[in-house]
Design a protein around this ligand. Structure first.
Ligand SMILES: [Zn+2]
Length: 722
């Protein structure tokens, strides 16, 4: 199908949309038909067109450059797509051409074939198990757009960038983007034959998206981090529930759901909530043969940390609970000669990227971080992941620990704890569930704070300073924070502090109107001129700006600049999206009256009970030394048939009995039933193990006694107690 490219004077490409032309503004435009105009011709046409109405030579050049950039991008998309669109490529050719691999990893191909056969498919693959290939390859093989729903903006941006690098056009739409940015993405979808649209779940039922669905020609729905749909999971996100409604609008379109952490209950729940036509699960073993899990009870974690990095060469990650600790531990490591840096969501995004890159390329050895670090970062040669604080759940621990040793070489996942950690964790859990009355009070104050009337507020985004809010309403921050988290889990708001968006600005006024405004408001003239001079292409699409920079150049305060830009926005001269160094709060649904905020006691208690169960599971993992760590972890995810790993602290401890696993198991198999029945003497046990040497039996019995599996009753008789 030929598409007519329209290029507006502003440089914004627009599109024929289901036979209609929707223009953002009504300016003159030039049209191209890509199939009958060569790129060069098109560029020539543009040159002559774009230089009208430009006030300076520099501005003109900038504008042409930016228009060209956009066009080149669109043309390249069209060209790169021609081949794969011809439909002749099979999945192996697609894998080779775009990913450079000649074969799939275990289970990937079965999953892809299931999707291509039109089946709803759930893929349970551990971290690093090659999840994205499972929906990206069929996405390329199927005609139409693949809609990818994923909750993490950082991950989304990363995947889009990766796809584009491979020559596959992809777009992302998420909260925090301005209307203009969304429109630009949409125009790419219609022009550029975009193959993948990444969407954050809260965008799913917005009016514009529902309206657009028929024209998108969606061929596949991929739901990443699918455990977020289940309230039994550790990371329930209510907007995920909307996916079922979107499915109703796309009858017959298959869905592929993917997750790296789901218990059996969650596996069932995902398939039900996504309305699978038939249950269909593919899974890969969660066993990681090269990863040694170690739990160590240590009063002095700092010393232990130094020992670990002294013994295990290579890159590492240290996870801690709060931001302050990231800095402290990193400084401690540096003081002791270990190159380290710290990372958390509160750092400027450029700084985060910087640190991440230094760690990735090996110039920094250890990253000390909150759980904000690691998602979407694929560094295969991490040798050790240390947790200094107790994680919230086995799900979270398994994902974070799993970032070690993706290259299949020996690696360690170490969890350090002391008795107090367990008490603290239980206490924190209590705090996370404030009284329902308090939750209601916080919600009501939120409406007052933002001056919202009931029934309004949906999709509004606010900068939100928790300290200011607490001061005004006399709340304790920790209570407010936990109340907000609860309200977020119930789907009324979403909090977003991890996306460090820099300020963005774009001119939306027509040229003539801007000129008129400048004449009438002379005091804004220097600022407007400065912006135009400083940021090229700012008429075409939103540009990153720095208020501080503008303030410096104009010798005024930064605050003045922010005020002026807000005023220009009110006058519809510009669209201004201030940076979000502070957390942002979005209302996911209309404000309701606090009395209507239904927190049913059962619901509340169930949630709390689930959280307690998850916490007790990780505490159980931490404090037990009876069973192989790997076995404990994978059986938590329902894979009970896994064997002992032989390399975790529990297994190594057992190996110290000096027996092979085979001998040890043989002996236990014989003596366990005997000792369970009644007490036996050592001599009787040796006699019972007829074909095994006496020395081996003694070793095994000693080990079992030392590890409290058997106890000695009077007269040197043994009895089973484990
Ligand atoms: Zn083990």
């Amino acid at each position: 199908m030929d598409k007519v490219f329209k290029l507006y004077e502003s440089g914004l490409v627009y599109y024929p949309f289901e036979g209609t032309y929707r223009a953002i503004n009504s300016r003159k435009c030039v049209s191209f038909n890509l199939s009958d105009v060569s790129t060069d011709e098109m560029m020539d046409g543009l040159h002559s067109h774009c230089i009208d109405h430009c006030d300076s030579v520099k501005g003109r050049k900038e504008r042409i450059r930016s228009v060209m950039k956009r066009l080149r991008y669109l043309v390249s998309l069209k060209c790169s797509l021609k081949e794969s669109m011809s439909g002749s490529m099979n999945i192996h050719q697609i894998l080779l051409k775009y990913w450079g691999y000649s074969s799939f990893r275990p289970v990937q191909e079965e999953i892809i074939r299931s999707v291509l056969a039109g089946n709803d498919t759930l893929a349970l693959l551990p971290t690093g198990g090659g999840k994205s290939v499972c929906f990206q390859v069929p996405g390329m093989a199927i005609e139409g757009l693949t809609l990818v729903i994923t909750p993490l903006i950082a991950l989304m941006k990363d995947q889009v960038e990766n796809l584009r690098k491979r020559g596959i056009p992809a777009e992302a739409i998420y909260s925090g983007m301005s209307r203009r940015e969304i429109e630009i993405s949409i125009s790419h979808i219609h022009y550029g034959q975009t193959r993948f649209l990444y969407l954050s779940p809260e965008r799913l039922l917005s009016d514009w998206f529902l309206e657009m669905i028929p024209s998108l020609k969606i061929g596949l729905i991929a739901v990443d981090e699918a455990h977020c749909i289940s309230q039994w999971g550790y990371d329930f996100r209510p907007p995920y529930l909307r996916i079922a409604e979107v499915r109703k609008l796309l009858p017959g379109i298959a869905v592929i759901a993917l997750t790296a952490t789901a218990t059996r209950t969650v596996v069932q729940d995902i398939q039900r909530k996504l309305e699978f036509r038939k249950n269909n699960l593919f899974e890969k073993s969660f066993e990681r043969r090269n990863l040694a899990y170690v739990v160590s009870k240590d009063e002095n974690k700092h010393d232990r940390l130094l020992k670990i990095f002294g013994n295990v060469p290579g890159t590492g990650i240290v996870y801690v609970r709060n931001r302050r600790k990231t800095r402290e531990i990193a400084e401690f490591l540096r003081k002791n000669g270990i190159s380290a840096d710290y990372y958390h969501a509160g750092l400027q995004s450029s700084e985060r990227e910087n640190r991440q890159n230094r760690w990735k390329n090996g110039s920094c050895r250890v990253m000390v971080s909150t759980n904000a670090f690691g998602m979407g970062i694929d560094k295969p040669d991490v040798r050790v992941v240390v947790h200094i604080d107790l994680p919230d759940s086995i799900e979270a621990y398994f994902q974070e620990a799993g970032r070690a040793g993706r290259d299949e070489k020996k690696a360690y996942a170490v969890l350090l704890y002391e008795e107090a950690d367990i008490l603290d964790a239980r206490h924190n859990l209590e705090l996370s569930y404030p009284d329902p009355a308090v939750i209601r009070q916080v919600y009501q104050s939120l409406g007052n704070y933002f001056q919202l009337a009931p029934g309004t507020g949906r999709d509004l985004v606010f900068g939100f300073e928790i300290a200011d809010f607490c001061r005004q309403y006399n709340f304790k921050p920790v209570i407010v924070y936990n109340a907000l988290k609860f309200i977020e889990r119930e789907g009324f708001i979403s909090l977003n502090e991890s996306v460090g968006n820099p300020s963005k600005l774009v001119f939306i006024a027509r040229k003539e109107d801007l000129y008129k405004f400048q004449v009438e408001n002379a005091r804004f003239d220097p600022l407007i001129k400065m912006i135009l001079r400083s940021y090229g292409g700012i008429f075409t699409e939103p540009a990153f700006i720095s208020e501080a920079e503008l303030a410096g150049r104009l010798s005024v305060s930064q605050n003045d600049i922010v005020k002026a830009l807000n005023y220009l926005q009110q006058q519809q001269i510009v669209e201004y999206l201030p940076k979000s160094d502070q957390p942002q709060l979005t209302f996911s649904s209309e404000l309701i009256r606090a009395v209507d905020l239904r927190i049913s006691p059962e619901h509340y208690l169930n949630r709390k009970k689930d959280a307690e169960k998850r916490l007790e599971a990780i505490i159980g993992y931490t404090t037990s030394d009876k069973s192989c760590r790997s076995k404990m972890l994978v059986s938590y995810f329902g894979q009970h048939e896994a064997g002992r790993c032989g390399i975790c602290d529990v297994c190594l401890n057992r190996n110290r009995a000096g027996l092979s696993e085979l001998d040890f198991n043989n002996i236990v198999e014989i003596i366990k039933p005997l000792l369970k029945q009644k007490s036996h003497s050592l001599g009787e046990l040796i006699a019972a193990c007829r074909n095994i040497s006496q020395a081996k039996v003694i070793k095994a019995v000693n080990w079992l006694a030392e590890n409290d599996k058997i106890e000695i009753v009077d007269d040197n008789l043994f009895r089973w107690s484990g």
